[in-house]
Design a protein around this ligand. Structure first.
Ligand code: SF4
Length: 412
């Protein structure tokens, strides 16, 4: 494809001040934990041990819980557990009921409301699972679930049926069986380790898995899907990065939704991973009153690039049971994409996808740029709405005659 660098110098209006504010890197600070020593605070085991997991702990730190949050937290441990690391908790604004960080991790009563089309397993992972803990939905790649635990729990999690083990799913990955299936299935060239969060495993356990997978000749490519750099940046130690760099090509997909999640701590952790030669991508979930706004998404994407992370996907929130209060609309998602493409660096523009309900896989959705396809041209529009014609024949043969006048463009 021809590159056109001249277009990168687009005449963008100066960034507005709110965008500048969102893009500032700040530390999460110590907040309620100001008396904790530096070694403890920076120790990922300390962070995990001191997570907020009960209503009592949450109330002590946030006496002004809303009635919906109070009731939701009372019920949470029967569905998807409550867990928030002290580090991530410091990003919550307790004075703001609509704080976008708060909405992602504090349970609400609305989680008990389920529409008929909502599902426990919206991507039909369980029915595409040839052995426990392995999902084989696409021909050349598999999802390898390594644990049901995360550093904190996202209230819209598509795997909430199994993560946190609050609803009795009884998740027991069988590493030997999972590896044997991959070894015996030569079409698999790409393995994505996920969960739960694979970076919750010890360095030793993770290295054991990576080395076993790397030893399979037809496995070309390894990936980790993790939210640890965002929930627990302390886990991204120099020792972890030194171990991971032995297993290239290894890519990491992180999961961040809002620019405020990208703190100085997160930027430094991501820098350590990038310095280990690991290409980084981000997956966001489009969430109501969190990031369903083009200015927020744009600031987030630009800030990710400053953290050396390529915005990879925006996911339409899956039809997970009890998530209606967090799901933004597809229309809204398309509008956001319209305001990103062409309006900022191409690298900052992710692909917006719907994971087709029932296991159909990812379907890209977005604004329409091809207006019509005729016998001798394709009619397109650009990000400003200007119309252009690209001459070509319908069957791909070289075209030399000038295009005829369009009488009635055939809309796509
Ligand atoms: S980190 Fe990922 S797997 Fe864990 S709760 Fe959040 S979305 Fe689910």
């Amino acid at each position: 494809m021809q590159s056109d660098t001249s277009r990168d110098n687009s005449e963008e209006p100066p960034a507005c001040s709110s965008l500048d504010f969102l893009k500032e890197f700040r530390s999460a600070g110590r907040g309620f934990w100001s008396d904790v020593s530096d070694p403890d605070w920076n120790d990922w085991h300390w962070q995990l041990k001191h997570r907020i997991t009960t209503l009592e702990q949450l109330q002590r730190l946030m006496p002004a819980l809303t009635p919906e949050e109070y009731a939701g937290t009372q019920l949470a441990n029967h569905k998807l557990a409550l867990a928030i690391t002290p580090y991530f908790f410091n990003l919550i604004n307790p004075a703001d009921e609509n704080c976008p960080i708060r909405r992602q991790v504090i349970p609400r009563l609305e989680e008990t409301l389920t529409a008929p089309w909502e599902m426990a397993d919206p991507c039909a992972e369980d029915s595409h699972s040839p052995v426990p803990g392995l999902v084989h939905r696409y021909p050349d790649r598999v999802l390898f679930l390594v644990t049901d635990r995360c550093a904190a729990y996202c209230r819209y999690c598509t795997r909430s049926r199994l993560v946190s083990n609050a609803s009795g799913y009884d998740f027991h990955p069988q590493f030997e069986e999972q590896i044997a299936y991959i070894r015996n299935t030569r079409s698999i060239r790409d393995v994505l380790l996920s969960g739960g969060d694979p970076l919750l495993l010890s360095d030793e356990k993770l290295e054991h898995l990576l080395s076993r997978l790397r030893a399979i000749p037809h496995v070309e490519f390894l990936r980790l899907g993790t939210r640890i750099p965002v929930f627990l940046p302390q886990r991204i130690t120099p020792e972890l990065c030194a171990m991971l760099k032995h297993y290239h090509p290894l890519f990491i997909s992180i999961h961040s939704n809002h620019p405020r999640e990208l703190t100085t701590e997160v930027r430094d952790a991501l820098g350590r991973l990038a310095d280990a030669g690991i290409p980084l991508g981000n997956q966001s979930v489009l969430l109501r009153h969190v990031n369903d706004d083009a200015a927020i998404m744009k600031a987030h994407a630009q800030k990710l690039l400053m953290c050396r992370v390529k915005p990879y996907y925006i996911y339409q929130c899956d039809l997970i049971a009890g998530s209606a209060h967090l799901r933004a609309s597809v229309r809204n998602g398309i509008e956001i994409m319209e305001k990103l493409r062409g309006h900022t660096t191409g690298y900052a523009v992710p692909t917006y996808v719907i994971d087709a309900p029932g296991g159909g896989g990812k379907v890209p959705v977005g604004p329409e740029y091809v207006l019509s396809r005729n016998a001798d041209r394709v009619v397109i529009r650009n990000y400003e709405g200007k119309i252009f014609e690209y001459p070509e024949s319908a069957d791909g043969t070289p075209l030399f005659a000038p295009p005829r006048e369009i009488e009635e463009p055939e809309l796509v």
